[in-house]
Design a protein around this ligand. Structure first.
Ligand SMILES: Cc1cc2nc3c(=O)[nH]c(=O)nc-3n(C[C@H](O)[C@H](O)[C@H](O)COP(=O)(O)OP(=O)(O)OC[C@H]3O[C@@H](n4cnc5c(N)ncnc54)[C@H](O)[C@@H]3O)c2cc1C
Length: 397
């Protein structure tokens, strides 16, 4: 187990610096081209990252990854976050899906998908959300799978399946159990290769004017072998929860990397742009933006590393994880928004990455559970402690 510190530990610094240099020198200059649709550049970056031994650093060694311990990898994620294209370029995008396959897939699917997945030769996708029900309450999901002999037959409609247009397979969350089953044990995850008959992408849903990432998919009598089930029947939510905990730490560390990039841009601009006879940096209203951003980033970083240390001890850290998801999403949104404001009109242009970062940050308050759901769930847990006559002892965490 790595000892937890707020500063990056010395033994992590060399690999973290190497990753940061790669991102700043190789990825930053081509971000606009990738954004404009030149996806082949990502393939070139992937090859280069492999050559430099920067590939899939956090994946366990036994499935072909770099095997960095959880806490070490947390700090590396902070610099990976600086560019939204870095996760794919460095092969870290498949971490959660490959761990899920490794733990729960049948031998056949592990053989077929795991190696190419970790190598970045194929892409995964994950389908939970549906257009017709409030999917932040996933017990309402309507997509069903019935067992017919040795096959699951899946019917339903999903949307916001990120990456579906390039994915080799989708892990789909479906109701498999009879109506009398308690909701939390009624759903399962099933692997569906995207070339299965009846699986049809009906729409690439534009998000804030941007195309190419999130798809609406119809499942019309999609038949897959019985063994495509991940884990036991009815364990869909259990597996989803395992997927989400450490995943949220990595997400939030990447958001902290984005916030650092926005903060750097904001402070440089404030020092260098002159208005009304002095640098913007001399104006108190601008200083307030710098202060607020500093305080929000710092508070969020401390909370996130603290949550990571609790997860590293083997606790699910439900209160801490739910809290950082909310605090981090709003921190990121606020810091990028202020950085745009300090740049004036330039902040909205493609000359800077801020407009792209802002779009992604806005979505962060919705995906992986909207803010309100996490707030509700964290508050219920805290109040529940008091209902039992105890208190939430901050010092004991
Ligand atoms: C960029 C992006 C990528 C995504 N990628 C994927 C993906 O790959 N796979 C996938 O399955 N899904 C994905 N999603 C979907 C995402 O997970 C859902 O949008 C999210 O779970 C919310 O579900 P919903 O959109 O149905 O909102 P709803 O459930 O309809 O909720 C709408 C609003 O209701 C409010 N609300 C809900 N519950 C409560 C409550 N308890 N208290 C107070 N207010 C509440 C919140 O304000 C919430 O925003 C993605 C979404 C985005 C934006």
């Amino acid at each position: 187990m790595t000892t937890f510190t707020f500063a990056v530990p010395d033994h992590v610094k060399p690999i973290r610096t190497k990753v940061r240099d790669f991102i700043e020198q190789r990825i930053y200059p081509v971000e606009n081209e990738i954004d404009a649709g030149r996806r082949e550049i990502i393939g070139e970056l992937m090859q280069e990252a492999k050559k430099q031994n920067l590939w899939a650093l956090g994946h366990p060694k036994e499935i072909g990854g770099g095997g960095l311990p959880f806490l070490d990898y947390v700090y590396v994620n902070e610099v990976i976050g600086r560019s939204e294209y870095a996760t794919v370029a460095l092969g870290t995008h498949s971490l959660q899906d490959s761990i899920m396959l490794n733990l729960y897939a049948s031998d056949e699917w592990r053989e077929r998908y795991l190696k190419p997945l970790v190598e970045g030769e194929i892409f995964p996708s994950f389908a939970m959300t549906e257009p017709d029900v409030a999917s932040s309450d996933p017990t309402q999901l309507q997509t069903r799978a019935e067992l017919d002999g040795n096959e699951w037959v899946i019917n339903g409609r999903k949307w916001f399946t990120s990456g579906a247009s390039v994915a080799a397979y989708t892990t789909v969350m479906v109701r498999t159990e009879p109506p009398e089953t308690p909701d939390h044990m009624a759903f399962s995850m099933i692997v569906v290769p995207t070339d299965t008959p009846g699986y049809t992408i009906v729409r690439d849903t534009p998000v804030m004017g941007h195309h190419g990432a999130h798809c609406e998919v119809v499942y019309d009598n999609v038949r897959v072998p019985k063994d495509n089930l991940l884990g036991p029947r009815g364990h869909g939510f259990v597996i989803a929860q395992e997927r989400l905990g450490p995943g949220r730490i990595f997400h939030v560390m990447r958001w902290l990397g984005q916030a650092q990039r926005a903060f750097d841009l904001m402070c440089d601009r404030a020092n260098n742009r002159v208005a009304f006879g002095e640098p913007l940096a001399n104006k108190q209203l601008i200083q307030k933006m710098v202060f607020d951003s500093y305080a929000e980033i710092q508070a969020c970083r401390l909370m996130t590393l603290h949550a990571a240390s609790i997860i590293d001890r083997g606790d699910q850290a439900r209160v801490e994880i739910g809290s950082i998801k909310v605090v981090a999403a709003s921190m990121l949104h606020n810091v990028i928004d202020r950085a745009i404001q300090v740049h004036g009109a330039k902040g909205l242009t493609d000359d800077l990455p801020l407009q792209r970062m802002y779009r992604a940050a806005r979505a962060g308050r919705i995906y992986d559970g909207p803010d309100e759901v996490h707030i509700w769930s964290v508050a219920r847990r805290l109040l529940g402690v008091y209902r039992k006559g105890e208190s939430w002892d901050f010092g004991s965490r």
